[in-house]
Design a protein around this ligand. Structure first.
Ligand code: ZN
Length: 424
């Protein structure tokens, strides 16, 4: 039997400067547009689960924008004094990975490991705080097995031939999109709505019996591999709630936040949340937060169009990672946005102005700009407004030779390093 590997090393931790400022609670817009306050008292943990990569391709700018979003939440909650527990998975066994490995005549594990390495170096360059646990699906097969047994006891599991399905019927009232759209997306994204014997066409698979020479793992349900969504339900619960998570009862929700790109709203977050509830019997996440999609020069960025822009390509061409981070933060996290070379050039010019201003020995007061940055971030992570306040301050220092009134800009530098991850 394959050894249970569990979490793997993530990437080096970062120094986050401490801030001595009062912070308002973070207000985030919920999936249906309503505002939900992420208000966690200081003696509590903030538990955040972010859906990670399928490692068949390196980090493109869409991934980077997503991971920066949750990095901002992580930084804000830490600055407020919360103890953040952050877990991220790696979908290192799934159809797209196997297909890519076959196409390129590569061993799927070797392909996955090489892309995970690249992801680590991209996240390090972009100054993203590493997760406390970075967990590949292949490391938690035993946990998935136990969780499916628990769901079965709770009455959510049925079998077609040797494959196991999750009965989604009691969650369908919470479908985030109309049912006809859901059926179409489900089919597009690896679902099998037409399979004979399904109770509902939207029931997701929990465990595929092994086919031909595909990779598989032994389990109490037979040799095979997990469906797409179950790893996230299980990794989030086990790594955020601890080893005895199956005994937990009577919590209003299992974790504080599940995050990912907006392409994960359905089916992935809907299904992983329903399945987590099928395991534990309590609602999964208090907040679901989704980052917008990034397009290129007016078109959707996608692997089928072959127009993905990779972080590593930009870094290899000599672009300062701080400029990439600045450019990605210049749009609101929830907005679908376009990536253009103009955006990168504008970010580079702004970074130069800010760097020069921050390095002056005497500058005008930074109190107001610091509070504008904090207020902007507290208001649904409004980074365009935070960066524009910063740029305005820097331009006034630079161009008008304004009356210098303070010694240096250390407090401001620490604030933008700690909250925005921009270490000038
Ligand atoms: Zn996930």
């Amino acid at each position: 039997m394959k050894e249970n590997l569990g979490a793997i090393p993530s990437w080096p931790d970062l120094y986050i400067p401490p801030l001595e400022t009062k912070f308002p609670a973070l207000s985030l817009k919920g999936p249906k547009g309503e505002r939900s306050l992420v208000s966690i008292s200081e003696d509590q943990e903030f538990t955040m689960y972010v859906c990670g990569i399928t490692p068949y391709d390196a980090t493109h700018l869409g991934h980077a924008a997503t991971y920066l979003t949750f990095d901002l939440i992580n930084r804000y909650q830490r600055a407020r004094g919360s103890e953040v527990r952050f877990v991220e998975n790696i979908t290192d066994i799934d159809e797209p990975l196997l297909e890519r490995a076959n196409r390129d005549h590569r061993n799927w594990q070797e392909l996955a490991n090489s892309q995970i390495d690249l992801f680590r170096s991209d996240m390090t360059a972009l100054h993203v705080i590493p997760p406390d646990d970075f967990v590949p699906a292949t490391g938690v097969m035993d946990l998935i097995d136990h969780a499916i047994q628990q769901m079965d006891k709770n009455g959510f599991v049925y079998r077609i031939e040797n494959d196991l399905y999750f009965d989604i019927s009691s969650f369908l009232k919470d479908l985030p999109i109309p049912r006809d759209q859901a059926l179409a997306i489900f089919a597009e994204r690896g679902g099998d709505p037409d399979r004979i014997g399904k109770r509902d066409p939207l029931d997701p698979v929990l465990w595929w019996a092994n086919k031909n020479d595909e990779p598989g793992w032994p389990s109490s349900h037979g040799f095979g591999r997990p469906g797409w969504h179950i790893e996230c339900s299980v990794i989030a619960l086990r790594y955020l709630l601890g080893e005895s998570y199956l005994e937990i009862k009577n919590l209003p929700h299992a974790i504080n936040l599940q995050g990912g790109g907006s392409d994960l709203i359905f089916p992935h977050h809907f299904m992983s949340s329903a399945q987590a509830q099928g395991i534990l019997g309590i609602p999964f996440a208090q907040h679901y937060v989704h980052a917008g999609m990034v397009g290129l020069d007016g078109e959707k960025m996608s692997k089928s169009k072959g127009n993905l822009v990779f972080v590593s390509t930009l870094l290899n061409s000599g672009i300062d990672p701080l400029v990439i981070r600045f450019a990605l933060l210049s749009d609101h996290y929830a907005a679908d946005r376009m990536w253009t070379s103009d955006k990168l050039n504008a970010a580079s010019a702004s970074v130069d102005v800010i760097r020069t201003a921050l390095s002056r020995e005497l500058v005008s007061s930074t109190d107001q700009v610091i509070s504008e940055i904090i207020d902007s971030l507290a208001d649904d992570l409004n980074t365009p407004s935070a960066l524009s306040a910063l740029f305005k301050w820097a331009s006034s220092v630079d161009s008008h030779g304004s009356e210098p009134s303070q010694k240096g800009a250390g407090g401001l530098s620490r604030t933008i390093d700690a909250l925005l991850g921009l270490a000038f």
